[in-house]
Design a protein. Structure first.
Length: 319
């Protein structure tokens, strides 16, 4: 689509900005843009659309404030400002799309039951947990997109003080040099800081600073912090990179969720009370059969495969 065609569509949208028809026109254009730019990530497309709406709205409010005189003059100035600002934004978006498309996106993925250690071109070490992916532009390895779970040891850049950015579905983590674990599963992102300091840029526009031992779990969908702790055992949250799940007053529900995420299996409980059983210890994660046996021993339970899932019941002991 040419810039001229885009300008025409934007003008139509702006002329009916406050109407459902105008919004529909713009959404139809964006859907077309979305489909024609498959090289962009979901996060990148979302951010582009979000910036467009914010820019248009801010320009409208600015115009209203500046022009409190004639109603007709205000309408003309608002429309002109919106059009000019939006077309300028479209130009910048097109330039950004071309720049993103020209970059080679490198993708690292892990299968169920597989973990992988990566060294990025800037020296940063990333451990990817099972069923996870990490991607970044070849010419900018200090801005990455994570799906699943990863442990980062970010290499500092003392001369340039270049930041390292980790994007998830819920937030952006801004780092100078540090070690931290990120889990972006189950419609939330949980960040545990092991050393250094980081800043979280949340989906709702707020910022949160973290210090070693801090845990923050945030949901972009709900736009709120679900959990906050300032004194967690960091090794419990990152022990997976050493092939073990550490249990530190961990419920059976939490332990089986980690196993399910790692191996891609499903669990059901014979009774809900079993979910709240709490234990300490460790569960090896290099073999599903061994992991299940260790869960049985640790929690005094019985696990039986029932078709597509594993059923957990209380172990009644020798009959």
């Amino acid at each position: 689509m040419s810039l001229k065609e885009l300008e025409s569509r934007i003008r139509k949208f702006l002329s009916g900005h406050n109407s459902p028809q105008g919004r529909k026109l713009f959404d139809q254009w964006y859907d077309s843009f979305d489909n024609q730019n498959a090289s962009l990530s979901h996060d990148q497309k979302h951010q582009i659309k979000k910036r467009m709406y914010q820019n248009i709205q801010s320009q409208m409010e600015a115009s209203k404030t500046r022009n409190k005189g004639s109603q007709a003059l205000r309408r003309r100035l608002i429309t002109a400002t919106k059009v000019a600002a939006s077309i300028a934004l479209i130009v910048s978006v097109l330039w950004g799309v071309q720049r993103w498309s020209a970059q080679e996106m490198l993708i690292h993925q892990t299968a169920f039951g597989e973990t992988k250690q990566l060294q990025l071109p800037d020296g940063t070490i990333v451990n990817l947990n099972a069923n996870s992916s990490l991607r970044y532009a070849g010419n900018n390895p200090r801005e990455v997109w994570l799906e699943g779970e990863g442990f980062f040891e970010v290499r500092k850049k003392p001369r340039t003080k270049a930041v390292f950015l980790v994007h998830t579905q819920d937030l952006v983590i801004e780092v100078l040099g540090t070690a931290f674990n990120v889990n972006s599963r189950h419609e939330k992102t949980e960040v545990v800081l092991e050393e250094g300091s980081i800043k979280l840029n949340l989906e709702d526009g707020k910022e949160e600073m973290m210090e070693p031992g801090d845990l923050i779990a945030y949901s972009g969908k709900e736009a709120r912090i679900l959990e906050r702790d300032t004194a967690v055992s960091t090794e419990v949250h990152s022990s997976w990179k050493n092939g073990t799940i550490l249990l530190d007053l961990t419920t059976l529900d939490e332990a089986t969720q980690k196993v399910a995420d790692h191996y891609g299996v499903a669990f059901k409980f014979g009774t809900n009370s079993l979910k709240e059983k709490v234990m300490n210890g460790g569960v090896p994660m290099d073999n599903l059969g061994v992991s299940l046996q260790m869960l049985e021993i640790t929690f005094s339970i019985q696990i039986d495969q029932k078709g597509s899932y594993y059923l957990i019941t209380q172990d009644e002991g020798p009959q």
